[in-house]
Design a protein around this ligand. Structure first.
Ligand SMILES: Cc1cc2nc3c(=O)[nH]c(=O)nc-3n(C[C@H](O)[C@H](O)[C@H](O)COP(=O)(O)O)c2cc1C
Length: 131
């Protein structure tokens, strides 16, 4: 296949014109001790949208997917995302049925994401750009 020319792609005039949300919850599997390629690509695809937002994580895998979240947390600083401490880790063998303990973990994580998402609102003016 020939390399595409930019003009053939017909990109929109401006990308990321309006910020979409105040905060995010990223749900990730663990693949080879990291996150999925699909989520990594989604994070790489945007930039300004992430700046000065808060985020929490839900991970799943054989051991709860904690290593995927550790890798994602390394990316958060570069994306200017404030990632909250609380996280929800689901083990494939035990946690895929309703469990009160996991409900509490979800509530705590969401409370933190919402609080930081609102607190960061004053910082979200014009896009700060990649430096
Ligand atoms: C290529 C591959 C690598 C995986 N690596 C890990 C791993 O390192 N740790 C883990 O706990 N589970 C691992 N798993 C299990 C996945 O976390 C599990 O299959 C999960 O359900 C995948 O999520 P998905 O079905 O939403 O893609 C791996 C699965 C695949 C296919």
């Amino acid at each position: 296949m020939l390399p595409a020319q930019l003009v053939d792609l017909d990109p929109p005039l401006l990308d990321e014109v309006m910020p979409a949300f105040d905060a995010y919850v990223f749900v990730t599997p663990e693949y080879n001790h990291s996150t999925s390629g699909a989520l990594k690509n989604a994070l790489d695809f945007l930039y300004a949208e992430w700046n000065n937002k808060s985020a929490g994580f839900v991970s799943y895998g054989v051991n709860g997917g904690t290593r995927a979240v550790e890798h994602l947390r390394l990316m958060m600083g570069e994306l200017q995302i404030a990632d909250v401490r609380a996280q929800v880790t689901l083990r494939l063998l035990t946690d895929f049925r309703p469990a009160a303990q996991q409900e509490n973990a979800v509530d705590t994580m969401l409370d933190q994401v919402i609080a930081w998402g609102l607190a960061l609102r004053p910082l979200r003016g014009p896009a700060l750009g990649r430096g």
